[in-house]
Design a protein around this ligand. Sequence first.
Ligand code: NDP
Length: 290
Amino acid sequence: MGFVSILTGSFSTPADDNPTVAVVEAAYRHHGLDARYLNCEVAPGDLADAVRGARAMGWAGFNCSLPHKVAVVEHLDALAPSAAVIGAVNCVVRDGDRWVGENTDGQGFLASLREVVNPAGRSVVVLGAGGAARAVAVEVALAGARSVTVVNRSAARGRELVDLLSSRTPVQAALVGWDSTFAVPADTDVLVNATSIGLAPDVDACPDLDLDTLHPGLVVADVVASPPRTALLRAAAERGATTLDGLGMLVNQAVLGIRLWTGLDADPAVMRQVLDDLAAGTAQPGPGGR
Ligand code: NDP
């Protein structure tokens, strides 16, 4: 028996409302893995020291959340292909002496999407052009989507994402300015809300869409995880569309991170249960007394 655990964790600020520690440690416990996940409050000016410290202590890897997803890149030795295209990293993995940056935001979304539809050859509409939208759009493009239409309020930010998709992936990409109610084109297979509209506390906010253009046969996904049942998903379900919530994306990111750090294929149901309990306010106290 040894007394040194596998060390993993997260660097972000603010860190206190990030539930990933509860999810990942539940999986470690469930599978009897001697590993820990430490949720660390790290200010931007301390990021370089935190990464050096993790290396010195032999961590297997760590997540990077806001505001470090782009800044961490300069402290790494290599980037996985999709992280290189996205230009942001949320999961760092030790490979021998090297730190390799991955982006599991988009991969987590893709894993969730694949449970209901294979994006290859599909027509995808992405609402938003921020960090989450970038990760989602690049991953579905690299997964062989036929087209990605970016719908964004800020034209400059939308254009930047469309140019990235056109220059770095094989997808047919287009931009739609979002200055009036958006009607989802009839040939759309997957609609993704990758904006923060609907995020708590603004739980009744819904993206400005013609909701009557949502229909059975369409997959409507939301990256917003809190609350999981957003106004958009409620409206989509009422119109017969298949819905995917942001908790699936969150769980799949944890599955991917754990696999990259430890080689373990963790049971997503255990982690989903933790998130459902947290959402229902019935979670057992975890590390740190919560
Ligand atoms: P960013 O700030 O980078 O981007 C926000 C995007 O939302 C921008 O495109 C912005 O448009 C758009 N937006 C915000 N408010 C409005 C509005 N009122 N009307 C129209 N567009 C709007 O945020 P992130 O991409 O980092 O995060 C977006 C969401 O994704 C958050 O809710 C976050 O919690 C969630 N997320 C979920 C994950 C999961 O695992 N489930 C993982 C990562 C993120 P504009 O460019 O015009 O400002």
